[in-house]
Design a binder for this molecule. Structure first.
Ligand SMILES: [Zn+2]
Ligand SMILES: [Zn+2]
Length: 186
């Protein structure tokens, strides 16, 4: 497939001469896809030694720019995804840095375990990864102490106070609370 009339026009507009277009086709670059194979401006200049640096930059930005929009549009680009790419996630088991496309619940590529534990919120009962509830902002407590946190909630403690209270609590006090949990279950 040779360059279409439009593509030739665009390339000419970017500063390529007819001669350089011929050199390109002689090198086997005859379509925009071929330019994507070329991949970068430096390689393009290797194919056309007479090419001006700025021109090759413009040509490659055009050729590659189209490519990245095409791939970027494929998955669902939501606000959440942007948030996830901004945060770097480290595996809680082996501390390996998770890839950019990491999504909550993915398994760690290094150790194969769930990189982030999914915890339930004792306050609003929604669940999610990380240290804080994404719905109500409450700091998660360890899963083992969920029931204790619920009891403290019933006692009327503010949600921000409960994780701190549990951390500071002595084992004996926790035992007392567990007694209440057990009684509340019957
Ligand atoms: Zn891991
Ligand atoms: Zn919550």
């Amino acid at each position: 497939m040779p360059f279409s009339t439009l593509e030739r026009k665009i390339l000419t507009a970017k500063g390529l001469t007819e001669e350089q277009l011929t050199v390109l086709s002689d090198a086997g670059v005859a379509s925009k896809d071929d330019l994507k194979t070329v991949g970068d401006a430096a390689t393009l200049r290797e194919l056309i030694p007479s090419l001006d640096g700025a021109v090759s930059d413009r040509v490659m930005t055009w050729a590659m720019g189209q490519a990245s929009t095409a791939t970027g549009a494929a998955p669902t680009p939501t606000g959440k995804m942007i948030l996830d790419t901004a945060d770097v996630v480290y595996c809680v088991h082996c501390s390996a840095k998770q890839p950019k496309d990491y999504k909550s619940g993915d398994l760690c590529g290094t150790c194969g375990r769930q990189a982030e534990p999914i915890l339930s919120c004792f306050w609003c009962a929604s669940s999610g990864p990380g240290a804080f509830c994404r719905k109500c902002g409450t700091r998660f407590v360890p899963t083992a102490e969920m029931d204790l946190a619920v009891i403290l909630k019933q006692d009327g403690l503010p949600k921000d106070e409960i994780p701190k209270r549990l951390e500071a609590m002595l084992t004996a006090d926790k035992e007392l609370l567990w007694g209440r949990v057990r009684r509340s279950r019957v």
